[in-house]
Design a protein around this ligand. Structure first.
Ligand code: SF4
Length: 168
């Protein structure tokens, strides 16, 4: 399990609370579907992919509605909002996220954060798994923070992001 999921599960959170926490970590103002949380807990690659997609709304939307999530649906999920409603909420929150400028940090802050990451022992080469190769298209420095699974160049660009080790 990647460290960020330990944060989601800490203090014996209820299922609804865990869905909400994961949604917030991903930059949403709504909980993720139960199927997404179940898959993230069962599949480290998927969980890492979600973290990587945080800075890229289009990729994040694809991951949240990926057909592979269906295998993790359970009858109790029918009590959740409909997929259409959820989709509307997610699109809306992603749109607000971009619209309010939260997506990008100022250039000097971005550089400062990157400089810290580049000298950090937690910055490592990414696994050569397909999920990473797809998510890393367009990024020149592909190294990831192994504490949260994010591509550091993307993570540093998102204004609301925080270093999981408290370095920035
Ligand atoms: S986000 Fe923090 S812990 Fe991760 S690589 Fe950057 S400085 Fe290190």
């Amino acid at each position: 399990m990647i460290p960020i999921l330990e944060e989601v599960e800490k203090d014996g959170a209820s299922w609804q609370e865990m869905c909400l926490r994961l949604g917030r970590i991903l930059g949403l103002d709504s909980p993720v579907p139960g199927s997404v949380l179940r898959r993230a807990r069962a599949d480290d690659r998927f969980a890492a992919h979600l973290m990587i997609c945080r800075g890229t709304p289009d990729l994040l939307k694809e991951a949240l509605f990926d057909a592979g999530n269906r295998a993790f649906e359970r009858p109790q999920d029918s009590a959740e909002r409909s997929v259409t409603q959820l989709g509307r909420g997610l699109v809306s929150s992603l749109a607000s996220w971009v619209a309010d400028g939260a997506r990008f940090a100022p250039k000097d802050l971005h550089e400062q954060r990157l400089s810290t990451c580049r000298s950090c022992p937690h910055l490592v080469d990414p696994p050569t798994k397909l999920v990473y190769r797809v998510a890393l298209v367009g990024s020149s420095d592909q190294r990831v923070c192994h504490l949260c699974g994010c591509v550091a160049t993307r993570k540093a660009r998102v204004a609301s992001e925080k270093c999981p080790a408290g370095y920035w």
